[in-house]
Design a protein around this ligand. Sequence first.
Ligand SMILES: [Zn+2]
Length: 253
Amino acid sequence: MEKKTLTPYIVVVALMLATSLALAFTVDVSITDEAGVTLELPDEIGDWTGLEIRFCLNARCQRAATVDQLEDIDVCNECEGKMSTMSFIEAQQLPADTMMIKKRYEDRLGRQLMVAIVLSGRERASIHRPEVCLVGQGRELVESRVFSVPVEDRGSPLDVMMLELHRPARAGGPFGEENMYYAYWFAGKNRETPHHVMRMIYMASDRIFHNVAHRWAYISVSGMRRPNSNEHEVLVSEFIRELYPHLMLKPGA
Ligand SMILES: [Zn+2]
């Protein structure tokens, strides 16, 4: 009996929920160009020196090169194709107004890591869960966890998602065994989260309650790791502490 009397309420609540979700993603909101971070990566971060990486958009070439290897940073040395900040596959899959920068950093000990900032465009589809792209091609996710990076002048530590991936060596294949890590977080205007779901909730609530859709970015730091060791997390944590202040938008930007 009780179940029966509750049914209309459940229906109403479900309808309201469906309506607000539909509104959230269809109603015309004022899309702002406001981002939470800058789209620049400095050449020097602490003891690390970085070089921008560019990619040839010619489907048959797809060469990646650091800018010091290019005479003209927009032209491929091999095929004279157009060099872009995003790879051939990213350029195919992401909306055209997605913006990106990638740099490879190296310290005096020869340790290397890659940093990328991806800034969504008007379509907001530019950013999805990195897991989707990383897993596959023989790679599997070994572990994912959130770790905290104490950052100066930020009220609380920054939460960052750490993915650990593994690709076994394939018999007769060109690649050996690979152990990599991929650390990332999402940054919107005055908001940061390591969780894709939280970002979706922030976006929906901005649309419903404030009628705005800011540009979100995602920042990643990735590289190779030693299996069964935590040293990559220590390294990434130290690096992000140095990187973080550089990501802040300059006044007036
Ligand atoms: Zn090329």
